[in-house]
Design a protein around this ligand. Structure first.
Ligand SMILES: CCCCC/C=C/CC(=O)SCCNC(=O)CCNC(=O)[C@H](O)C(C)(C)COP(=O)(O)OP(=O)(O)OC[C@H]1O[C@@H](n2cnc3c(N)ncnc32)[C@H](O)[C@@H]1OP(=O)(O)O
Length: 400
């Protein structure tokens, strides 16, 4: 409710356009330049906030009075809370404009103001950088990842699963790199984040050789570590703050299917299939699918997929509501990326806050379900049913 009220109040702030003659003077300087930031409540977002405060000083372009007022208001809200000073007199134009901007934020929580400040500065930095620098012609591929190719362009961070020879099966390293990539994407300048696969598969799910590397603590320790990793991995999807999009370029199996229930858009090539052969592997659902799938497609269809391992075509997955839209494979990439580039230009804060409103009331529940699914799987991985199924796959694939 607070967010809905806020948008109305922010609208009043935009009326400041009428005050054309606001001078760009030191009294209207972004308050970050004047005020001391408390170091007491140090958390990740407090650090980001302080860094954004410093970045404001380095902006190459004057952002204009309207933006400076927004920065001022968010800064005050983030550090002092709701407006707490008397309204300046009618003719004290500058201080009145600043007071109006701050007051317009109403009782916006400090944390949200801090986040909005960080987002605003990050948007200003990227537009100031792109207007003053020659952009390299190729994608900016991010270094440091071995199982992923990550690029950022057009306000889109693309995370491409990149083990095509293994059908993009998720090994331990890939789980870890995806968590790092999501953490980075949640903070970068992009407005949306996209997952896709390289080669002919989207992903063949959990790499079944993950089960073969047994630590000194034995299989119990292996299962325990696996459950922790799985829980952390899925938590990153539950908490991801920006619109998350899956561009499903080919078949998807296991965990790469289940987490789709936590995505905001799922675009699929008509070549894609969706398969969760958990019972065949002596395993049970994860990725919160025991909750999201019945909710998305109804109990009967969810049971067919999650218990009986029915493989869906892209068209069937669309009919069940798991997929947003299906495209012919021949035009898939072109159509999807044109669409996503247009979406990525939408205002970042509006999209992020909308996602918050849509998803936040389910978050706690999803975390609890994730914890339960992970703990059940920890037991399952030690069962004969699971061990035999994995051994079966590995022995069939063993090079003789
Ligand atoms: C931290 C732990 C969290 C655990 C979370 C739990 C998740 C549950 C799941 O994800 S369950 C789903 C598990 N996945 C599967 O059961 C799929 C297994 N793979 C296959 O069935 C087939 O490989 C295929 C249908 C995906 C593709 O078949 P195809 O015949 O087209 O190709 P190949 O089998 O020859 O595959 C090419 C090479 O890729 C290797 N590979 C493919 N998928 C996996 C996989 N999931 N795990 C390990 N390896 C995989 C395959 O072995 C081939 O390797 P090779 O060329 O070296 O022989």
């Amino acid at each position: 409710m607070a967010v809905v009220g806020l948008s109305g109040r922010l609208a009043r702030c935009y009326c400041l356009r009428a005050v054309r003659s606001l001078p760009v003077c030191s009294s209207l300087r972004v308050p970050a330049l004047q005020l001391h930031v408390s170091k007491t409540a140090m958390g990740a977002s407090q650090k980001d906030f302080e860094s954004a405060v410093n970045q404001v000083k380095l902006l190459k372009k004057d952002p204009g009075n309207e933006v400076k007022l927004k920065l001022y208001a968010l800064y005050k809200q983030a550090t002092e809370g709701p407006c707490n000073t008397p309204k300046p007199g009618l003719f004290d134009l500058i201080n009145k404009a600043k007071w109006d901007a701050w007051n317009a934020l109403g009782d916006l929580p400090k944390e949200t103001a801090r986040q909005n400040y960080v987002d605003l500065v990050s948007g200003l930095r990227s537009s100031s950088d792109s207007s003053s620098q020659v952009k390299p012609e190729a994608d900016k591929k991010q270094a440091g990842y071995e199982t992923l190719v990550i690029t950022s362009e057009d306000h889109i961070t693309k995370i491409m699963l990149n083990r095509p020879a293994k059908k993009n099966a998720l090994n331990t390293q890939m789980y870890q790199e995806i968590m790092l990539a999501l953490e980075a994407a949640s903070k970068d300048d992009s407005t949306i984040t996209v997952f896709t696969g390289s080669g002919d598969y989207y992903s063949s799910g959990n790499d079944l050789t993950n089960f073969t590397d047994i630590p000194p603590g034995g299989v119990e320790e292996k299962a325990k570590n696996g459950a922790i990793l799985l829980r952390d991995f899925v938590d990153c999807f539950i908490d991801f703050p920006k619109p998350l999009v899956a561009v499903v370029n080919g078949p998807a199996v296991g965990i790469s299917v289940t987490v789709l229930g936590l995505f905001d858009l799922v675009y699929a090539s008509d070549r894609a299939t969706f398969h969760t052969p958990f019972s065949h592997l002596g395993q049970t659902p994860e990725g919160c699918s025991s909750y999201t799938f019945p909710k998305i497609m109804g109990l009967a269809k969810a049971v067919e997929m999650l218990i009986f391992g029915k493989k869906l075509t892209a068209g069937e997955a669309y009919a069940q509501g798991l997929v947003t839209e299906v495209f012919p494979d021949s035009t898939f990439e072109k159509e999807v990326w044109t669409r996503l580039k247009a979406y990525s230009k939408l205002p970042r804060n509006a999209m992020r806050i909308s996602k918050q409103i849509i998803r936040n009331h389910e978050k706690e529940k999803l975390h609890a379900i994730n914890a339960e699914e992970s703990s059940i799987l920890q037991e399952r991985w030690l069962s004969d049913e699971c061990v035999n199924a994995v051994m079966n796959f590995l022995s069939q694939k063993a090079k003789l």
